[in-house]
Write a protein that binds this ligand. Structure first.
Ligand code: DI6
Ligand code: FE
Length: 403
């Protein structure tokens, strides 16, 4: 019997290992080799050290670069309708908050999502997921949050799960019921929080529909006490949490995420130095979302230097959503993170591979190219992986292998 199922030879490998410098390169002259067995990396190293070349299939990559497949760790890509008209309004001067207060914004997507059948939502979301996959993404996080009642939040999560079974991507689902206060609870946000804690969360947990729970900590959404109740209920059910934190104002979101040992705190434009210090004491990843920063015309930068100084890992994601980040390209998010946030190309690639895996609680399983990890491998036509945050619009993916 052959030792391996597949042997990839003549590769230049950017492993993106945490303990290595300079992309964790192996075989820079084109001598990198990866052996795959049962969908996992069984051996990785330089051809000269390969213990056995007995394999069912062998493929030379002709000196191409390979990296871990990309991971988009923050999307809202299941939704009904679109918000192009509001986009136009905003360019004529209305603010995101103005539009939200007058019944538009998230609420218009909530209406369209409630009106759509699961099949319609799936058909609309599939091309968005495929757009990510076509650029090398093998793992996609998808949030609910446009249903805002028990049946419609569950409908969204079921559609997200189906995207995981009907595409080549792994989908990780997140319950974001605490996204905004639904009209039925207009003056009773606490009543809605009760519904989430007492009814929705147990149902979602029983049906295994969510891998994590998220919330929106903002003056136009929920405060720290309300989110604390959702997080405590989630943790009781064994679900990890994450948070939309300090996107439009400093609401103490980073510290709140740290208090609940969140997987990640996302956005962070208005996070203070003390918020970063709180994150540094825990395990939360900082997920930066330059698409939303760009679309909102934001000028307040996330505290990048502070995050670096305190060794808080930085991920980069699309935030794909119809309101603040109509973008189905993780390569674009990487490109924007380098231009707008001055992340280095290596930080951008780590942020869309290793650190993104960490943000999803999947670092033991994927995110770097190492023995034992899933064989989610992107093969590129580039002269160096730094090009992945440099070019935009060029079809540089030669092939994506998913586990
Ligand atoms: N922050 C965002 O950027 C998105 N949600 C959130 O909590 C925006 C969602 C939308 O406007 O539809
Ligand atoms: Fe978001």
């Amino acid at each position: 019997m052959a030792d391996w199922d597949l042997l990839l030879t003549d590769a230049r490998i950017a492993t993106m290992r945490a303990d290595a410098l300079d992309y964790g390169v192996i075989g820079e002259s084109g001598t990198g080799t990866i052996a795959v067995k049962d969908g996992r990396i069984a051996w990785i190293g330089d051809a000269a050290e390969l213990p056995s070349d007995s394999s069912l299939e062998k493929r030379s990559l002709d000196g191409r670069w390979v990296t871990p497949a990309l991971i988009d760790c923050h999307t809202h890509l299941v939704f009904g309708g679109d918000r192009a008209a509001e986009f136009e309004q905003r360019l004529r001067g209305a603010s995101y908050e103005d539009i939200a207060k007058s019944g538009g914004g998230i609420m218009s997507t909530v209406r369209a999502t409630r009106d759509a059948t699961a099949a319609e939502l799936f058909e609309a979301a599939l091309p968005r997921a495929n757009a990510l996959i076509s650029e090398g993404v093998a793992t996609i996080e998808i949030k609910s949050g446009y249903g805002l009642d028990v049946d419609n939040e569950i409908k969204m999560l079921e559609v997200a799960r189906r995207l995981g079974t009907d595409t080549s991507a792994t989908v990780r689902t997140t319950l974001l019921a605490a996204h905004t206060v639904p009209p039925e609870f207009e003056n009773d946000a606490d009543g809605y929080i009760d519904l989430i804690c007492d009814t929705l969360l147990p149902r979602v947990c029983d049906a295994k529909l969510a891998d994590a729970v998220d919330a929106y900590c903002e003056s136009i959404a929920f405060d720290a006490d309300q989110i604390g109740r959702v997080f405590a209920a989630s943790q009781k059910l064994g679900l990890p949490v994450k948070l939309h934190a300090d996107q439009l104002s400093d609401g103490g979101g980073a510290a709140l995420a740290a208090k609940f040992d969140a997987l990640s705190a996302d956005h962070l434009e208005y996070t203070s130095a003390s918020g970063v210090a709180a994150m540094a004491k825990g395990n939360a990843v900082a997920v930066l979302l330059p698409g939303a920063f760009l679309t909102l015309g934001e000028t307040q930068l996330p505290p990048i230097d502070e995050l670096r100084a305190r060794n808080v890992p930085i991920a980069v994601a699309t935030d794909c959503n119809p309101g603040t980040s109509p973008m189905c390209s993780l390569r674009n998010a990487m490109m924007l993170a380098s231009r707008l946030f001055r992340l280095t190309p290596e930080e951008c690639l780590a942020g869309a591979t290793r650190v993104a895996a960490q943000a999803l609680g999947l670092i033991a399983d994927r995110g770097t190219l190492e023995t034992g990890k899933r064989a989610d491998i992107a093969i590129w036509d580039v002269s160096h992986p730094r090009e992945l945050a440099y070019w935009t619009g060029t079809p540089q993916l030669a092939e994506l292998l998913s586990g």
